[in-house]
Design a protein around this ligand. Sequence first.
Ligand SMILES: *[C@@H]1O[C@H](CO)[C@@H](O)[C@H](O)[C@H]1NC(C)=O
Ligand SMILES: *[C@@H]1O[C@H](CO)[C@@H](O)[C@H](O)[C@H]1NC(C)=O
Ligand SMILES: *[C@@H]1O[C@H](CO)[C@@H](O)[C@H](O)[C@H]1NC(C)=O
Ligand SMILES: *[C@@H]1O[C@H](CO)[C@@H](O)[C@H](O)[C@H]1NC(C)=O
Ligand SMILES: *[C@@H]1O[C@H](CO)[C@@H](O)[C@H](O)[C@H]1NC(C)=O
Ligand SMILES: *[C@@H]1O[C@H](CO)[C@@H](O)[C@H](O)[C@H]1NC(C)=O
Length: 582
Amino acid sequence: MKSLLVLLVLVLCINTFTFSHETKLTPIKGNKYHEIKPKLDAIEHEISESSLSLSCDVCQIGATLLEGFLQKNASTQEIIKGLAELCIISKAEQPEVCYGILNNFAPIIIDVLLQSEFTPTQLCTYFRICSKGGSSESQKENYHDLQQNSHFNPTMYTNGKTQYKSLKNQKPLMKKEIGANSTIGYFLQLTDIHFDPDYLVGSNPNCGRPLCCRDGTGDAGVMGHYLCDIPFSTVEAIFEHLATLTDQLDFIVWTGDNPPHNVWEQSQSDQELATRTLSQAIAKTFPNTLVFPAVGNHETYPSDQYVLPKSQWLLDSLYENWGSWLDQDALDSVKEKGYYTILLRQGLRIVTVNTLDNDMINFYNLLPTYLAGPNNQSDWLINTLTQAEQNNEKVLLIGHIPCTLKAASTDQWCAMYEAVVARFSDILVGQIYGHTHIDQLVVFTDPADRTKATGTNFVTPSMTTYQNHEPGYRIFEFDYSTNQITNYYQYHANMTEANLTGHINFTLTYSAKEEYGLPDLSPQSWYDLTMSFKTDISKFDSYFKNIHIGPVQSECDQDCRYNWVCEILGTTSSLYDQCKGV
Ligand SMILES: *[C@@H]1O[C@H](CO)[C@@H](O)[C@H](O)[C@H]1NC(C)=O
Ligand SMILES: *[C@@H]1O[C@H](CO)[C@@H](O)[C@H](O)[C@H]1NC(C)=O
Ligand SMILES: *[C@@H]1O[C@H](CO)[C@@H](O)[C@H](O)[C@H]1NC(C)=O
Ligand SMILES: *[C@@H]1O[C@H](CO)[C@@H](O)[C@H](O)[C@H]1NC(C)=O
Ligand SMILES: *[C@@H]1O[C@H](CO)[C@@H](O)[C@H](O)[C@H]1NC(C)=O
Ligand SMILES: *[C@@H]1O[C@H](CO)[C@@H](O)[C@H](O)[C@H]1NC(C)=O
């Protein structure tokens, strides 16, 4: 993530090169370099200080000049070469990282920007570096009730032309009989495993590249290190523990992000191998358990970049790796679009979305074809939910990138998703997500009545320790008689202790109902909890403590608390801004 932002800024700061003539690039020398150096230092400082907020001024200057640069018709190779030099002299990243990132990403970014209709200012707003008013996101010491919005019409997200298969006579996948002794069941969520096949015990965890613990000398532990992705042997140890839960689990939801974070040097085959390795490990650990996987933004190559037909190889590999878990209709859908639906039991359906369409860092999402309607996935989603409603089914929705600022989700997708959640709130019984590596709640409200909650995204923390997280997983409790999620249990292990004992030991972090004093896990109960954070600081502190379970403890003052409330309710950037009173 950080590397991609560095790249973005570098692309935007392309201005720091002059042209000796039309198409040749020459790095600025002598005095001119001194003129730009403070700007580079400022950018570098901002990147190191915060995760997503570069200053709006820097972005706009860079973007305006980028436009001029593109108009000069410089070749991609020239741009990469020039940017790599800039990246190296500014010490934004190590040389191999600079070259790796630029070679992988710059051709796509340049290609997309040339085709997109974004003006530089709009681009800075799109990446949420500038607010709509053109300034950096400001820190208001308050938060505001969300306004009602009557323009809301899910039918604007359908094209009405595509024919879909009837879902009426599908066979349920789940064989287990429910109800003999109890109607309560459990499912496990695994997410953001990000194992590193090249993790090296005793290597340097703080090497200055975006991912370390692969070379040098240092204290990278036997089980892992907080600054790095986890070794495969740790994944195996965790799975060995999870295998003991098999009898209690009805199914597993696996919300993706399989490869490590060395995004500057990956290849298509690395990505395919990561998904294959984990698919095989999960199948081996749980040979008789249903698994419902979703694609993460790291599965593709380069990371986050996905567009059809170019990314067909990814869907082909998912089709192969997910083959033992899904039925043929679902697999065909995966092969075609990366999303699917499955009838779990009579009256209960799984719908899994492909959230590469909700990835702000997927530059292909800037193409005009995408902006016209997110790859028709909304059309399929609405059709599927409409059929589910007609067939009296409830729906458990699964995806990777949730709708929250920290997820770098897109407004196009999340505005659509909000409308869909409001329209189908009666049949949506849960929305299971990952991606941000932290424990987050997202609450959707009805555009016509912002005090009415329509749905929640449960955002489960990562299994990888990257960065500064204890490894975690979650178990949801489900009542099949009402088709409701009745509770969830969050677990974590202590990596410091795991390194000392050579054994990974998971403990219950909290049980949602008890931790937050909830009467039930309905969207309205979560909304009420969120509103209570305004005044009930001890309740908020429980939430805040659970966000990051790890070695780094931080304090949260009133501004910070209000930011987190807006993070929960700000499912699009305009709702976030409204909440913040920007
Ligand atoms: C860049 O290329 C376009 C299309 O080939 C051309 O119309 C334009 O004049 C060129 N601009 C410069 C500055 O060379
Ligand atoms: C129900 O409970 C009985 C007695 O404890 C047990 O023998 C039986 O296997 C249980 N049935 C199911 C479906 O779990
Ligand atoms: C285990 O990992 C921790 C945290 O990542 C690290 O500080 C420590 O040095 C490691 N310990 C061992 C024994 O490798
Ligand atoms: C969306 O569906 C319409 C109608 O079937 C089709 O013309 C269009 O090409 C599709 N767009 C994408 C991005 O698949
Ligand atoms: C992990 O264990 C260490 C050493 O026992 C302890 O200091 C630390 O507080 C523990 N971390 C968590 C999150 O429980
Ligand atoms: C696992 O952790 C629990 C709670 O921290 C502790 O009581 C128990 O002894 C640990 N077990 C092992 C095998 O380390």
